[in-house]
Design a protein around this ligand. Sequence first.
Ligand SMILES: [Zn+2]
Length: 318
Amino acid sequence: MLDSEYLAQFTNKNIAISFFKRQNIPYLEYLIDKDSTIRANLQKEILGGMDFGRVPKRKELSNLFEEVRGDVNYFLRTDVKECPIEYINFFSREMRVPLATSIVGTTLLYSLSTYEPLMGFGALLFGGLSFLTLLGLNKSMQMTGSHYSINKNFISLKENNLALIKVELAHEFAHHVQFSNISGKNRTGSHHFNLKMFLEGHARGVQKQMAYKYFEKENNPAYLHDTIDISLAELKASYRLLCGFFPGVRANENLLNKNISITDKLIQENMFTPMNPPFHAVGNSIFSIWEALHGTDIYGNIINGDYDTKTARKKFFE
Ligand SMILES: [Zn+2]
């Protein structure tokens, strides 16, 4: 189990300290250049038609999960059991309480209308408003996309094509592995929030490794397409942030414009607002740098309690 003492090195503050270092600039430039070439090749492939597969049926999810769970556990050297998994829709778990409230409230008001005719109007109003609220809630969950619920321990997936669902599932299951290894108070609200950069960076790394694995195993670049697109956009956005931190240092615009995509633009415009701090982007960047320095074993080492940020860096820079 990962205790508070071990996890202290991965708080948002400490990850930010590791990230805002001048020596990280050339690493990010190297990584951006490498991934830009990969994305350019993927974009050529997509023009020729890329097979993302069909949207898996609900009953097919458990077999899919079993495959991804086995692969992520093998990669991380863990043996974490499955958790409940479902598609985000009107009847999914997070919708159950609001849905029940809406039905019970409307029925109650309607039954009271026998005694007080005005209640019939109330029932109609309540039913209508709560239905609109439910529609809004469902829409906002669809926009949030796939996610892992820590307190309730389950994965919600956005309905998507097979190649996209499998890598998203790898990301969300990585969160389940993290929280199966994190003990005590760090599982709760503010403590867990304080580890968000670390948790998202680690999950993004696992997602990328699984995307490469399925790409190679099935000889299908569709597995890589979206993951590389978002990851590269995050690397570019945090590179700009890092360069801006040092007076007199300018970001290499040629590099940032190399094979620029819509995702690059969206992330650079929306990522660094107070409402949307760069947890994924900086987390992804610091893990990508650690991975470039120490290899892909770091994802398993970190989750198995065998990684020390300070000595790992010192070993490299001495
Ligand atoms: Zn995540």
